[in-house]
Design a protein around this ligand. Structure first.
Ligand code: FES
Length: 194
């Protein structure tokens, strides 16, 4: 058995299926499919006054239908999808800690660690092939979508990520994800009652 694998991020693509081999029709269908895809305007969106955001430390906002968590920690702002890529747990009350030189939020549900700057999922493990296994940090690649925060004259803005590739946290922003989030929240509640 090798060390835990480090998977890169998955990238989605638009697939157009046609019966024949008509190239022009393929291109037309492709362009139609691209136009039909919802394009976020991205912002920047005003999310609050700097002083208030600093005091709150963690602020939840819904921007263009997307639920985003804005975190203030050690003089820096970060914006990240507010539901954990693992099973849709809310990150709102996640602790912030530095691991392997990276500032991370820890999901309260199953303690997954997500780097705030890049959205990378990281974990510590040992390589059983080593004579004396030493725990090391490994990366799972980008798992959580992050957004850009700017500040002008005491006002804080968030520009949504326009990266079109699929990132795992995207799932929990959609309708299916919402259902899964509700199921997971109910399961967690039940577990805590035991
Ligand atoms: S839901 Fe976040 S670690 Fe499982």
């Amino acid at each position: 058995m090798g060390p835990p694998s480090s998977a890169g991020r998955a990238v989605s693509s638009t697939v157009v299926q046609l019966d024949g081999g008509d190239t022009a029709a393929v291109f037309q269908a492709f362009h139609r499919a691209m136009e039909e895809e919802k394009q976020p305007t991205g912002g920047p969106h005003f999310v609050g006054k700097k002083d208030e955001m600093i005091e709150a430390k963690h602020s939840f906002r819904t921007l263009e239908g997307r639920d985003v968590l804005i975190v203030y920690h050690q003089s820096a702002f970060y914006a990240i999808d507010s539901y954990c890529y693992h099973a849709g747990g809310t990150l709102l009350n996640g602790d912030i800690e530095e691991f392997d030189g990276k500032m991370c939020i820890i999901c309260p549900n199953h303690k997954y660690k997500i780097c705030l700057a890049q959205g990378e999922g990281i974990y510590k493990a040992t390589d059983p092939r080593e004579k004396t296994p030493v725990p090391r940090w490994y990366s799972k690649g980008v798992k959580q979508r992050i957004h850009t925060v700017t500040e002008t004259n005491g006002d804080v803005y968030v520009k949504l990520s326009e990266d079109r590739g699929f990132i795992e946290s995207d799932f929990y922003q959609g309708e299916k994800g919402k259902v899964e989030r509700a199921k997971a929240a109910a399961a967690e509640k039940k577990k805590k009652k035991r």
